[in-house]
Design a protein around this ligand. Structure first.
Ligand SMILES: Nc1ncnc2c1ncn2[C@@H]1O[C@H](COP(=O)(O)OP(=O)(O)OP(=O)(O)O)[C@@H](O)[C@H]1O
Ligand SMILES: [Mg+2]
Length: 304
């Protein structure tokens, strides 16, 4: 995978590097031979606590996601509440206490991860912003941490405020308490994506939004993902959202979570509102709903 460290402190260089990858990419939908694996789980188990009180959150998780050049893959993760979806994301992010795994290997770019890194960006389940920072300073936060000077980071932050559909003139100087939930979520997305991570981890980012805002945010995310060409892991409880956004969908069992099924799903060719009423699209949704129901009624879930 790309060595992001060298471009880490310089967003202009980072932008140029991503653009170069895009022009070399060729056919965006083709899977080249011999691709490297950007994220791989090998028999990953996470247990919290010790002895008789130990709790197994996820068990024997195995999967590999390839580093599709000039495109990135969109992986949607479905599963019942408490099955370990956030745990899987936080293991990839390298965030304690979920990281490190109790056993097995979490590999990013073929290597074990020591902790969080600039190559991975996370949008959390409860969208987080710094209350005492304006929208502009929230979006510019990561660049500030990387030592980017004020003029450069504000310029890029203004671009990203626009990209996520907020108004630079009206919203940039507001504070989080002055924003709606949907607007706060846009800030959280801009704050993460401005850093152009190779791997974007999104934990139920649209769960609290009203249905039409949610559809608009799905389209926005597809647009930004196509621009960034990153690998995305996206946790959701919505099967429609998983089928619309995902290239593939992982279905996790009830606790302790393990991947029960992996399905390829169609590419989002139309706006969410149109595609999600298409009969072909709905076939996939019903198929996944049936799969989840049959998995839930089997004895497999809950075995330890
Ligand atoms: N720090 C922790 N200490 C102990 N147990 C934990 C910890 N974090 C998570 N767990 C447990 O691990 C299991 C998986 O949690 P996780 O947050 O990954 O579930 P989830 O699939 O994201 O659920 P939801 O859909 O409700 O967000 C849960 O039973 C939870 O109680
Ligand atoms: Mg969760």
């Amino acid at each position: 995978m790309t060595d992001d460290k060298s471009v880490d402190n310089n967003p202009q260089v980072a932008e140029g590097k991503v653009a170069a990858v895009a022009t070399e990419a060729g056919d965006k939908n083709s899977r080249a031979e011999g691709l490297s694996r950007i994220v791989e789980f090998k028999n990953v188990t996470k247990r919290f606590g010790d002895g008789p009180d130990a709790f197994t959150a996820v068990k024997d998780i195995n999967f590999a996601v390839e580093d599709l050049p000039g495109r990135g893959e969109f992986v949607a993760v479905l599963g019942p509440s408490g099955c370990g979806k956030s745990t899987v994301l936080r293991l990839i992010a390298g965030l304690a206490p979920h990281h490190p795994a109790t056993s097995g290997e979490v590999l990013v770019g073929g290597k074990p991860i020591p902790g969080p890194g600039a190559d991975r960006g996370m949008v959390f389940q409860d969208y987080t912003s710094f209350d005492h920072r304006s929208v502009l300073d929230n979006v510019a936060f990561g660049l500030e941490c990387r030592g980017v000077d004020k003029a450069a980071r504000y310029e890029l932050a203004r671009q990203w405020i626009g990209k996520v559909g907020l108004s630079v003139d009206k919203d940039a100087d507001k504070y989080p308490h002055q924003l709606s939930g949907g607007m706060r979520q846009r800030v959280a997305i801009a704050r993460t994506l401005i850093l152009r991570p190779r791997i974007i981890l999104m934990d139920e980012p649209f769960g609290a939004l009203d249905p039409s805002t949610r559809l608009r945010m799905q389209d926005l995310l597809i647009e930004l993902w196509r621009e960034l060409e990153a690998t995305v892991f996206f946790v959701t409880h919505s099967i429609e959202e998983a089928v619309y956004l995902g290239d593939r969908v992982y279905i996790l069992s009830a606790s302790p979570g393990t991947i029960l099924e992996e399905l390829g799903v169609p590419y989002p060719d139309f706006p969410a509102k149109e595609m999600q009423r298409d009969p072909h699209f709905l076939d996939y949704v019903f198929k996944i709903r049936d799969t989840i129901e049959s998995l839930e009624s089997s004895d497999r879930a809950g075995d330890d």
